[in-house]
Design a protein around this ligand. Structure first.
Ligand code: GLN
Length: 380
């Protein structure tokens, strides 16, 4: 048995969702929306299944989805991508991240990670033989600093794995942050593996800026996007990978021996969905932002110390002022005694000793959020 994997705990998302079921809790832990996703996109998938789009599609993805991906990201992010040579479809962003690490990292290579980080990153880096080097981001702003980057990068740096907007902190990194990170990648000849899955969930009139479009990054970036996040269809697991032809050739080798292909019916529906007009994407952002404001307002009224949320559908609370123990103990009590599931953010740290932040998912109906707030009121 591989000791790296046999020693791993069950993911915090699975653990909290199980506890939520056991205690009939309002589940604001694992991040998935109450909204069923756009009906026309779901209908397209159903039609494709019935019409017989059910055999292996091309290994790199359906041509129409690769084209739709290139068109979508030219429109929204100004990227110029050749759908033939620079776009590949995977079974979710997580496959794309795992494949990129397998394809790019050799044993002993260093990989820069930004913590708090999504829980899959570290085991995957280790399994690829990579040596993790952490940039620790701390509340309330979770910002990047030149000093922290200088400590993490070295002549052995092969890659960085960068999530923007960042789950769980809900940070949307600024252009200055991106340029700073780009300068380190260029100086150390490192590949940036960019988990951009939250790119459409950015608030307050801001837009996502991809690291790939910063000067000097086009040839050294793997951009990873997710239809599950873009359309609130988290179970679909359709990922879009974008990279320059030379990088894409090795990424394709990993994909062909991991999943080989991705359900063609879902790909057809995503190809249709990516072409939806701007109003759909603006509407989704507006709806999430309204939920964010409703929940943040409710939490603040209850006296919680709410941290800013610039993107993703998560909101964090600093529990230190409550004086009720660390985040793990707090979340345990919250779900068992008060019937609300949340995620302790310490689960996303490997080195940094941040134990006072708790993450809530606000991509829920008003009634769900209000019920959670009612239950949280008992804590004060
Ligand atoms: N991405 C989601 C989150 O951060 C859920 C992931 C999962 O359940 N593995 O909550």
């Amino acid at each position: 048995m591989n000791p790296i994997f046999s020693a791993l705990p069950t993911t915090i998302f699975e653990t909290m969702s199980r506890l939520a079921r056991e205690h009939q809790a309002v589940n604001l832990g694992q991040g998935f929306p109450d909204d069923p996703g756009p009906e026309d996109v779901r209908r397209k998938a159903a039609e494709a299944v019935v019409a017989g789009w059910n055999q292996y599609p091309p290994m790199m993805g359906l041509p129409e989805l690769r084209q739709a991906t290139a068109t979508h990201f030219r429109h929204w992010q100004g990227l110029e991508l050749d759908p033939e040579a620079e776009v590949m479809i995977t079974s979710g962003a997580t496959e794309a991240i795992a494949g990129a690490l397998m394809a790019i990292v050799s044993p002993g290579d260093e990989v820069v990670l930004f913590e708090p980080m999504y829980d899959a990153y570290l085991p995957l880096v280790r399994r690829a033989g990579g040596i993790p080097k952490f940039v620790t981001l701390t509340p309330p702003h979770f910002g990047l600093s030149e000093e922290a980057l200088a400590k993490a990068f070295s002549p052995k740096t092969k890659a960085v794995l960068f999530n923007n907007p960042l789950n769980p902190t809900a940070t949307n990194f600024s252009a200055a942050d991106l340029d700073l990170l780009a300068s380190f990648c260029i100086r150390h000849d490192a590949v940036a593996i960019c988990d951009d899955v939250w790119e459409h969930v950015v608030f307050d009139g801001h837009r996502h800026k991809p690291l790939m479009s910063r000067p000097g990054m086009r040839e050294r970036t793997v951009k990873i996007s997710s239809a599950g996040k873009i359309f609130s269809l988290t179970g679909w697991k359709v990922g879009m990978v974008m990279a320059a032809p030379e990088l894409m050739r090795v990424l394709a080798k990993a994909h062909q021996y991991i999943t080989f292909t991705t359900p063609p019916n879902l790909q057809a529906a995503v190809a249709y969905g990516l072409g939806k007009d701007d109003a759909y994407f603006e509407g989704m952002r507006t709806d999430f932002q309204r939920s964010r404001d409703r929940f943040a307002g409710g939490l603040s009224d209850l006296g919680f110390s709410v941290l800013p949320s610039a993107g993703t559908y998560f909101l964090n609370v600093d529990i230190a002022p409550l004086g009720q123990g660390d985040d793990v103990a707090f979340c345990q009590r919250l779900v068992v005694e008060h019937g609300v599931a949340a995620i302790p953010v310490s689960a996303f740290y490997a080195e940094g000793a941040v134990r006072n932040v708790v993450r809530f998912c606000f991509a829920k109906h008003d009634a769900t959020l209000d019920k959670a707030l009612e239950r949280l009121a008992a804590l004060r």
